[in-house]
Design a protein around this ligand. Sequence first.
Ligand SMILES: Cc1cc2nc3c(=O)[nH]c(=O)nc-3n(C[C@H](O)[C@H](O)[C@H](O)COP(=O)(O)OP(=O)(O)OC[C@H]3O[C@@H](n4cnc5c(N)ncnc54)[C@H](O)[C@@H]3O)c2cc1C
Length: 407
Amino acid sequence: MVYDVCVVGAGMVGSAAAKWLCKLQQDTKICLIGPLEPTEKEWNDGRREVFASHYDEGRVTRELDADYTWGLLGKRSIQRYKEIEEESGIKFYNEVGCAFIDTKGNQNMQKFKETARKLAIQHEIFNCKTFQEKFPYLRVNHDSECIWTAKRAGHISPRKLVAAQQKIASSLGCDVIHEVVTTVSEVTSQDGDTVMRVSSESGRMIFARRVLLCTGAFTNFHSILPKDRKLDFNMCKTFVVKAELSEQDAMKMSDMPSMLLDNKNCYVLPPIKYPDGKYYLKLGLWFSLDNQFDDIQGAAEWFRSHGKNYDTSKTLDVLRELVPDIRPLGLTTDSCIASVTPTGQLFCDMLNPRLGVLIGMNGLGAKCSNEIGRMGASMISKGSWNYDLNSDLFKVQCKKNVLHGKL
Ligand SMILES: Cc1cc2nc3c(=O)[nH]c(=O)nc-3n(C[C@H](O)[C@H](O)[C@H](O)COP(=O)(O)OP(=O)(O)OC[C@H]3O[C@@H](n4cnc5c(N)ncnc54)[C@H](O)[C@@H]3O)c2cc1C
């Protein structure tokens, strides 16, 4: 049997794309292939090499962004959260608002205001005093300015959003297969047609007319790209600290919004209840281009480390400054990878008439994943660009002079 489209990578973007493929063209046969979140045993035995960026309960979501395109993709995604929750029966969105804080007059602050204007996003501006009147348990620098959006902003559970998208996709007939793909190649079928063959670690072979790669940071590994091609993006280490709070303390901060502290180079999520029943307030630093990987072993090791050997002092200083009365019961760390493109935009493009890519989320893909999935699904179902934004923005770039086995 030959699928119309096989989506490789069952993360936030791939799961959304698979759902949209089923929705956009009924009666098409769609397959989504990618491994599940590792089990405790798989985290520990050291054999797992492919990971995703959604093994967590909190991602900041907001329409506002310094960049208009990312803002628009966020806005279009958030508009459909309710619909996804209703269709799947899985709740993943908490509309607690989002505060963007920076030193008054800074360039990024101006860009956020500009995007707010262009996208007609409802917002308020606070200074240090008015911000602290609203959130008395939080402290910001006296020269800070805050753009506050109460609506269509807050946080989402990336795990639950993935589950919701896959549930809807399955209900619309998508076959979901939990395996790692080792090769993607063109072959000639018995009828003489050229089709794509997707082979998995277990030896399973899937045939499809077209393939969409949504393989995130791991796209340049295995043999899933055409020979001698590697996509031009950086794999940047990201690292978070989670402060465990008592239920009582978490409740005291129940109106806390998601926050972007640009002058501290980090983002903060309010206390969220995790599957272990405990409440964690999470803080992460923006990624840095200095922290990168050359091979799959290094990337996998970074995921498996959960950031345990990383220096937490800078992150904790920011946390104590922001919430001076915080009394964490414990601290845990976690690690992940952001795929950062040279253009700052994601890649959504066809590498050839049968193979498309949808990768390079620049640390912004969770909130926008539903719309990005729609953009990729529209493209791969047609075999060429099919979205109302300029395709040049999303053109894929490949690395030059790729040596065998080296990125
Ligand atoms: C710590 C951290 C905090 C973040 N915070 C935010 C935030 O607050 N707001 C926000 O919007 N975004 C945030 N992001 C970014 C967001 O989580 C990512 O952009 C998004 O999850 C990327 O989704 P993806 O599906 O493109 O890639 P990935 O999550 O990397 O998924 C790729 C999938 O492909 C699979 N795969 C890879 N190779 C293969 C293969 N060979 N065969 C089969 N499957 C394969 C993987 O298993 C994975 O499931 C954050 C990211 C991190 C790491």
